[in-house]
Design a protein around this ligand. Structure first.
Ligand code: PMV
Length: 346
């Protein structure tokens, strides 16, 4: 790679929030702190080719999805470049070709914005590091997370670490509203946690997360919710460190339902869960009550269900999922994932 022409390639994973981010201030500053598990299998792989150009009339790029031009994705990338160019002054000096693909099925209802924006941010930081070779690793990763945040808030949690905190919190040293920080003090039981994603509904989201975050302005329960997220993060932090799976389950499920409760009580109001989402939740509860297997669920801003469980019960839980839950998934589709470690330079 030279400063004139070359390419980089990174993969970045998706992540699933345990304590949810819902509501933001200006400049992608979260209204409350959040914590997530980084995933391993659900990834975006992005190659960024760059070539120095003489004209400096602005940002220019080609965008390919799975090798084919895809214009519908351009506006999101354009907006991202506009937001980050003040922090990456060299952008206007290059023409870029962005070639990207996901490891999970397109329009599966799995959001690719977190993994996609994180993968692009990693590539841009590789170019910045080529131009400024003295950069420390700490700077490289926190700035990558900072840039990813400007693309999609939750993307800042997809850069580095298995468990990541984003947003200032009194008990998490180094936590910041500007970028995600790895949370290291995690008990063994959580280091190999599983996440099986049940694809209940692959349809386009009825409500974008941008609109959803906005609806927290003037929401009747907003202030209480933001305070609750701080409390829940304290409890989750302790549970993750102590290996306290029972407490973890209580908070994680409550957070998922609270996220959806915020949507159901905003104006306008909406319901993103489907009947099958509720069927699955009830069956997970029944299994837990009857067998004491520590399995729980969480949800994103959609109908799909993430089933979370420790590795030592993986065989039993997978048998249960196959026997009882797949019938509630669209075309029996599901994705077996687990906790991962973050973006990888390919
Ligand atoms: O990153 P955004 O703006 O798409 O927001 C994502 C919000 C949730 O996925 C619902 C929760 C979270 O913390 O990831």
């Amino acid at each position: 790679e030279t400063a004139y022409r070359g390419s980089f390639e990174w993969s970045a994973p998706s992540n699933i929030a345990l304590v949810k981010y819902w509501g933001k201030k200006a400049n992608q500053i979260p209204a409350n702190p959040s914590i997530s598990f980084t995933l391993n299998e659900c990834k975006t792989i992005t190659k960024l080719a760059y070539e120095h150009k003489e004209n400096t009339d602005g940002i220019s790029f080609d965008f390919l999805f799975e090798g084919q031009p895809k214009d519908s994705f351009r506006p999101k990338i354009e907006k991202f470049f506009e937001r980050v160019q003040g922090y990456l002054p060299f952008l206007k000096d290059y023409h870029f070709t962005i070639d990207t693909r996901n490891t999970f099925p397109h329009s599966s209802g799995i959001a690719s914005s977190a993994s996609g924006m994180a993968a692009l941010a990693m590539n841009l930081m590789s170019l910045e590091r080529l131009l400024n070779p003295d950069m420390t690793d700490a700077y490289f990763y926190s700035k990558a997370s900072f840039l990813a945040r400007l693309g999609s808030g939750s993307a800042c949690r997809s850069v580095k670490g298995s468990v990541v905190v984003w947003g200032e919190h009194a008990e998490i040293e180094g936590s910041s509203d500007l970028f995600g920080v790895p949370f290291e003090n995690v008990h063994d039981v959580f280091r190999s946690y599983k996440d099986t994603i049940l694809l209940v509904d692959k349809g386009e989201k009825q409500v974008s997360s941008t609109v959803g975050h906005d609806l927290m302005h003037g929401h009747p329960f907003a202030e209480r919710r933001f305070a609750q997220a701080h409390e829940n993060l304290s409890i989750t932090k302790k549970a993750l460190t102590d290996g306290d799976v029972d407490t973890f389950i209580k908070i994680v499920e409550s957070e998922a339902l609270t996220l959806h409760a915020m949507m159901m009580t905003s104006m306008p109001y909406f319901i993103l869960m489907k009947p099958n989402t509720l069927e699955i939740i009830n069956r997970i509860w029944k299994l837990r009550a009857e067998t004491q297997i520590p399995v729980c669920f969480t949800l994103d801003a959609g109908a799909n269900v993430h089933v979370l469980y420790p590795e030592n019960v993986a065989v039993k839980v997978l048998d249960f999922i196959k026997a009882e839950l797949l019938g509630y998934c669209q075309n029996n589709q599901y994705i077996c994932d687990e906790i991962g470690t973050g973006a990888v330079n390919l």
